[in-house]
Design a protein around this ligand. Structure first.
Ligand SMILES: Nc1ncnc2c1ncn2[C@@H]1O[C@H](COP(=O)(O)OP(=O)(O)OP(=O)(O)O)[C@@H](O)[C@H]1O
Ligand SMILES: [Mg+2]
Length: 359
């Protein structure tokens, strides 16, 4: 088997020399044309971290990976966590760190938009894994992005492939939900969890971009933006870019308008009306506001959920309300009628008030 591999290696040598040169030529072309195309790129791409140091908030992960690379001991990786936290960016920075600017030649990147059924695992991945390289690091990288979308059969086929080609290939499996990756694959990889980015870290990076792009943002606009992004850097950048394109000066209202989230003052008005007004009056007020502002009940429910934190309610009334919120959210997700669920919500507020008064 070993001698087979050696023959393969010799055969590939000539081919690879030309690849190296092509790679170099391409790399310089890319650098030369980058400044021009950069301005047309969406900000999420324009400001995608280039090096591992640019990836904010996950220093422990990046420094561990950096050490692996330095010692030339990169294991198979499994990166998981919520969207927009830097998983894809990290692995691309790793590839750039190992192979330099011509890294695209050395990696096989497959994501959910590519076909990744069992045939691809058998053919494309195996073919790529089988050919060896002459690079000093000695291995190539196969990135399976959004791997939670891979079928179980494809994942099962991958098990043996991972083991068989460990000599010349490292796998990096990326997903949002780690429980969708079979345990057998999980145990073959070193796992890293990318948690949602803390607000100060998002703010630090946003500040740089705000300055560079000359975005005019008021302090309360900045606060609203940070609150809405919930640790998702991609969302933060997209909202910022949309606001910058739509408004001269971005304040709190503009941020909420841009994202379609209900404005906190609207939520306050709605919840107060539900607590104090008579049933029909409250229902009419909310219905009118819903049509006028284009609010969706799930968003309203989320807003009300955050708002009741600030209210003074008897604990059993609060528990009752929260339980109903959960039920209504579930029903809405299952496709229940917004109108009926709105009346249910309204009714539950009335009950909660009564419970509070009796207590
Ligand atoms: N930790 C981070 N540091 C700096 N920028 C980040 C970070 N995380 C995300 N970003 C920004 O958000 C964009 C999207 O990040 P990335 O593609 O790495 O997310 P992801 O974790 O792969 O998300 P998904 O699970 O949706 O694929 C990047 O282009 C970058 O601009
Ligand atoms: Mg990704």
């Amino acid at each position: 088997m070993d001698s087979d591999a050696d023959v393969n290696m010799l055969e590939d040598e000539g081919l690879r020399f030309s690849t190296v040169q092509k790679g170099k030529g391409k790399a310089s072309e890319v650098t030369a044309s980058e400044p021009q195309t950069d301005n047309n790129l969406p900000w999420v791409e324009k400001y995608r971290p280039v090096t591992l140091d640019d990836v904010v908030s996950h220093q422990d992960i990046t420094s561990t990976i950096e050490k692996f690379i330095e010692q030339n001991r990169l294991p198979h990786l499994l990166l998981y966590g919520p969207p927009g936290t830097g998983k894809t960016s990290t692995i691309l920075a790793v590839a750039r760190r190992i192979y330099g600017e011509g890294y695209k030649k050395q990696i096989l990147e497959l994501n959910a938009s590519d076909d990744r059924g069992i045939d691809v695992v058998r053919e494309q991945i195996k073919n790529f894994a089988e050919t060896r390289t002459l690079y000093s690091s000695g291995f190539k990288l196969i990135i399976l992005d959004e791997a939670d979308m891979m079928t179980t059969a494809a994942q099962a086929a991958l098990r043996r492939v991972i083991e068989q080609y460990t000599r010349n290939v490292r796998f990096c499996i990326i997903c949002n939900y780690v429980n969708k990756i079979t345990p057998a694959i999980q145990s073959r990889c070193t796992r890293f969890r990318f948690s949602p980015l803390p607000i100060p870290q998002v703010e630090k990076r946003l500040n740089r971009i705000i300055e560079e792009e000359n975005v005019k943002l008021t302090p309360d606009g900045r606060e609203a933006l940070l609150k809405l992004t919930k640790g998702d850097m991609r969302r933060a950048l997209n909202v910022l870019q949309a606001c910058h394109a739509a408004y001269e000066l971005t304040g709190e209202t503009e941020v909420y308008n841009c994202t379609g989230n209900p404005h906190p003052s609207d939520i306050e008005a709605i919840v107060n009306s539900m607590l104090t007004d008579e049933f029909t009056t409250a229902y009419q007020l909310i219905s009118t506001m819903k049509t006028e502002r284009g609010l969706a009940l799930p968003d309203l429910l989320n807003g009300a959920f955050e708002f009741i934190d600030t209210l003074h309610l008897e604990s059993h009334a609060r528990v009752y309300l929260l339980d109903l919120f959960a039920t209504i959210e579930h029903r809405l997700a299952a496709g229940a009628s917004e109108k009926i669920q709105l009346t249910a919500l309204l009714g539950s507020f009335k009950n909660a008030v009564e419970m509070s008064v009796k207590a």
